[in-house]
Design a protein around this ligand. Structure first.
Ligand SMILES: Nc1ncnc2c1ncn2[C@@H]1O[C@H](COP(=O)(O)OP(=O)(O)OP(=O)(O)O)[C@@H](O)[C@H]1O
Ligand SMILES: [Mg+2]
Length: 152
């Protein structure tokens, strides 16, 4: 487990960037982002995308549930999910397809559907300390991500 503090949006993006770089060669990894509204889950995901080498602008998939991004060479994919409104979207959204699929799968509000969450995952808890202070708790569960989190 690793605990990190950020004090600006840029620092949060940079933390995501560092983790993205360390994990960019993993064929499949699920990252669960756990934090309140406005904690910085999407901001952190923007950094992750940057670390993977993704050039598109990453913004919140709240209304679409899922957005898919590719690196320019199309070798790496990021699936950015926000399950906050999953219930409204109905049951035709095939969550398992993404969770068992390829690439980096980043999930905001993962505990909306606890039963689908894989045992192997990297969990990032984000706590608001102040207007601009955020505490990140990064834990690796089962995946070969231990070394990655040790080096950030
Ligand atoms: N250190 C920080 N790291 C990240 N965001 C910060 C920080 N300080 C302030 N902020 C602000 O907090 C907000 C974070 O928004 P963001 O969309 O990333 O949160 P979120 O956790 O994805 O929220 P939601 O649950 O609504 O999807 C932004 O308005 C940003 O400017
Ligand atoms: Mg968000």
């Amino acid at each position: 487990m690793k605990v990190k503090q950020t004090n600006t949006v840029e620092e949060t993006k940079f933390l995501g960037y560092e983790l993205g770089l360390l994990l960019k060669d993993e064929p499949h990894i699920v990252i669960l982002l756990d934090g309140d509204l406005g904690a910085g889950k999407t901001t952190f995901t923007q950094g992750l995308a940057d670390g993977l080498g993704i050039k598109q602008i990453v913004n919140s998939p709240t209304y679409t549930i899922m957005k898919k991004y590719a690196t320019p060479d199309r070798f790496r994919f990021l699936y950015h999910l926000d399950l906050y409104r999953l219930q409204e979207a109905g049951s035709d959204f095939d969550l398992e397809e993404y969770i068992d699929g390829m690439g980096m799968v980043v999930i905001e509000w993962p505990f909306q559907v606890k039963e689908f969450m894989p045992q192997d995952h990297l969990r990032v808890g984000i706590k608001k300390l102040s207007e601009t202070g955020r505490e990140f708790t990064i834990e690796c569960h089962g995946y070969p991500c231990k070394r990655a989190i040790e080096s950030i």
